[in-house]
Design a protein around this ligand. Structure first.
Ligand SMILES: Nc1ncnc2c1ncn2[C@@H]1O[C@H](COP(=O)(O)OP(=O)(O)O)[C@@H](O)[C@H]1O
Ligand SMILES: [Mg+2]
Length: 365
């Protein structure tokens, strides 16, 4: 299997710049997520890595060898585009065997290999069935079997579950992840779904408008967004932003929003001007004695928790509190923020300022 590294990768389509200057490393055996909204350059990045698109500039290494100008056929990557694309006139076993037969592998070896793959995927009992009558899940397993049967260096998957309904999708996501854990194959997986990325990924790259916004393990990306874009894209509801004009000095542990002095992690870089105080819904408490205040505008009951919308002098925010807490729309309330979890952003550049809490994990693209 393979380590893949891309350096300053760029792609222009005529005058349009689709991927700006991406740099990241995918370690051997990782389940790696390329995450971002539609049109941000995920597919283009993956196609360049696979050799289906030539980079405008930048380098692509597979196991230390630079392959940026090599054709796809010499990179030994299995690209799972669309999991339902099976050969309808062949049975399950022959669908899986097809890539090996077209490589000229002897029949006995093919049979053994197909048997192993069927075992891994749990489809041994349907090897002789025509693919036509299979359930969606089995069709997907067969398509996967065909992709993994030739032991490629890596698997690339571009929104493979995109067409499925929510329940089935979750089931297949679990299966894909379990399959990965059995085979330990380097996998690069494209999705626009932040939940899917969080659940399945060992590492995540978050892209926006062709730019790598952040690169890291899911927990760090969730807890310590490097940019306001990432903070808004991840989490449901996402991080709240309170915009203010003011300053934070280096070493500072407080900021002033209106009359309230709010505790924050010790800042490693100072800034003045347009700033944003970022706090996640689950790090807000409604507390009568807190000096920062707002008016309850709405509440949404979710069973174990409720999402309470509060209007403040610096914008509206959403707090996630226990469903058992009594909340009355129209009331005024104090707001307590968990100081250790706060991120301050430079509102002009959108970048998080370094603090003692996030400095170890902040990665800008
Ligand atoms: N062959 C192409 N010619 C011109 N523009 C393209 C081409 N392929 C992709 N693009 C543009 O590049 C941007 C990124 O596309 P893509 O990588 O497919 O995004 P994603 O997969 O993140 O949705 C989009 O604006 C898309 O319209
Ligand atoms: Mg795409």
């Amino acid at each position: 299997m393979a380590q893949i590294r891309i350096e300053n990768l760029r792609k222009d389509f005529g005058a349009f710049n689709a991927v700006k200057s991406s740099t990241f490393t995918i370690e051997d055996g990782e389940f790696f997520m390329l995450l971002g909204p539609s049109g941000c350059g995920k597919t283009t990045t993956l196609r360049m890595m696979a050799g289906l698109e030539l980079p405008t500039s930048g380098l692509i290494y597979i196991d230390g060898e630079e392959v940026g100008q090599k054709p796809a056929s010499q990179r030994d990557i299995a690209f799972v585009f669309q999991m339902f694309a099976l050969y309808p006139h062949l049975n399950v076993g022959k669908n899986i065997a097809y890539p090996l037969i077209s490589q000229g592998m002897p029949r006995r070896e093919v049979k053994q290999k197909v048997g192993e793959i069927a075992e891994i995927l749990g489809i041994t009992d349907i090897l002789n069935r025509p693919v036509g009558g299979l359930s969606g899940g089995d069709r997907q397993r067969v398509a996967l079997g065909r992709a993994i049967v030739r032991d490629p260096k890596a698997f690339f998957m571009d929104e493979p579950l995109g067409a499925l309904d929510a329940e089935f999708r979750e089931h297949m996501a679990e299966e894909l992840r379990a399959l990965h854990d059995r085979m330990n194959a380097t996998t690069v997986y494209v999705t626009h779904d932040q939940l899917e990325a969080m659940q399945m990924g060992d590492k995540i790259v978050v892209m926006n408008h062709g730019v790598v916004e952040q690169f890291g393990v899911p927990q760090d990306i969730y807890d310590w967004p490097a940019t306001k874009f990432v903070a808004e894209f991840i989490g449901s509801p996402p991080m709240n932003f309170l915009d203010f004009h003011g300053m934070v000095g280096t070493g500072e542990t407080r900021v002033s929003l209106g009359d309230a002095a709010l505790d924050i992690p010790a800042q490693r870089e100072g800034r003045s001007g347009e700033l944003t105080f970022g706090v996640k819904p689950e790090h807000i408490r409604l507390a009568d004695n807190a000096t920062y205040r707002g008016r309850i505008a709405a509440t949404e009951y979710l069973g174990t928790t409720q999402i309470v919308t509060v209007e403040t002098a610096h914008g509206s925010l959403k707090a996630r509190v226990a469903a058992s807490q009594r909340v009355t729309v129209g009331d005024h309330t104090g707001l307590h923020f968990d100081a250790r979890t706060i991120t301050i952003f430079d509102a002009t550049t959108g970048r998080a300022l370094r603090s003692e809490a996030n400095e170890g994990v902040l990665t800008h693209g």
